[in-house]
Design a protein around this ligand. Structure first.
Ligand SMILES: [Zn+2]
Length: 344
């Protein structure tokens, strides 16, 4: 009869727990053009302490770095620092993810060629990693969101801009320079309305919050009548994407036209994503997604129309359940992964 040999510890020895068992928390940060957020997260993905402040990029990167450091100290008060395993910050970019050096970031003017990574690492005495916000969003969705446990997932944020992140074989796809997943610049309508970068007819140019508002302003400037002018207090430059969606819901012809154009552009982009990456989940978040909710069945049907036949009746399109916290939760998830891999 064969029996398993029980593990034997030498008499008097002490079982050494791996380092990772002491890492109970990580810091997660998020730097946007308007606000910065900091959170302390535990292993369940819960953000147990959080703080926010204005980014004020015009005051310079060193000032923002100091404000973010103070936020981290604040959210971790009372927690033993040796239980905090590291820092991952999701940031608006473009940014080199290795050095954390910004490359002409449009929403962080004056931060070009600068980084807060080494300064924060020194002042917090922790490893600091910078991540791409939507890629971290995709990681969060694959661990804690609607696609929990998914090995192949794409996350798209339709917001002020349009961003995307890809999980393939359970791993974040970063690309050679950390810029993979720029789904916002898929050319869905060549020659169409351009984005801030200047590509004509990309998904962001047409279906970002800014793009939607611009379409309305351009049409009204060219003489199209619309109730949106009154809704914006007579200032057509002040029309927002929210006003366009409200006008469409109230039957305004121009509003409906723009929303239909957005749905068509989004469906084209989503069909391209499905055909190229074959994800189990295509998860969508961001404020514009809220505006598209009443048209969700139409959008899904159009994606099905435009995608390859094997997506017939099985378009895996979902709305993000993680909301505004998605990048912070992703940053925390990545921070635990890195801390655990370091402590081996
Ligand atoms: Zn573009």
């Amino acid at each position: 009869m064969i029996s398993a040999t029980p593990p034997i510890l030498p008499s008097g020895s002490v079982r050494i727990l791996p380092m990772s068992s002491q890492i109970n928390y990580v810091f997660a940060g998020d730097i946007g053009g308007t606000n910065m957020r900091a959170a302390l997260a535990d292993r369940s993905g819960t953000l147990i302490g959080r703080g926010t402040c204005q980014t004020e990029p015009e005051l310079g990167l060193p000032q923002a770095e100091e404000n973010l450091r103070a936020l981290f100290e604040e959210v971790a008060s009372g927690v033993p620092r040796d239980e905090v395993g590291g820092v991952v910050i999701s940031s608006a970019g473009p940014i080199d993810p290795d050095s954390g050096i910004y490359v002409h970031p449009p929403n962080l003017p004056g931060w070009h060629d600068m980084t807060m990574k080494p300064g924060l690492a020194t002042s917090l005495n922790l490893q600091v990693t910078i991540g791409h916000d939507a890629t971290l969003g995709a990681l969060a969705e694959s661990r804690y969101g609607v696609g929990k446990g998914a090995q192949h997932l794409v996350y798209v944020t339709l917001s002020t801009g349009v961003g995307g992140g890809v999980i393939a074989n359970g791993q974040m796809v970063t690309g050679a320079h950390g810029h993979a997943g720029e789904i916002g610049h898929l050319l869905v309508r060549p020659g169409g309305q351009s984005c801030n970068v200047g590509c004509d007819g990309c998904l962001e140019g047409i279906s970002s919050g800014g793009g939607i508002a611009r379409a309305a302003t351009i049409a009204m400037s060219a003489g199209r009548a619309s109730s949106m002018s009154d809704m914006a207090g007579g200032d057509i430059e002040a029309v927002s994407a929210q006003i366009v969606f409200e006008a469409a819901a109230n039957g305004d012809a121009l509003g409906r036209e723009i929303v239909e154009s957005v749905i068509d552009a989004v469906a084209t982009g989503f069909a391209d994503i499905l055909n190229t990456l074959d994800p189990e989940y295509l998860v969508v978040g961001g404020a514009v997604t809220g505006g598209l909710q009443p048209y969700w069945d139409d959008l899904k049907a159009l994606v099905e129309d435009k995608a390859l036949p094997h997506f017939k009746d099985s378009v895996p399109l979902y709305v993000s359940p993680l909301g505004d916290d998605v990048s912070l939760i992703g940053a925390a998830t990545h921070a635990f992964d890195l801390a655990d891999s370091r402590s081996g």
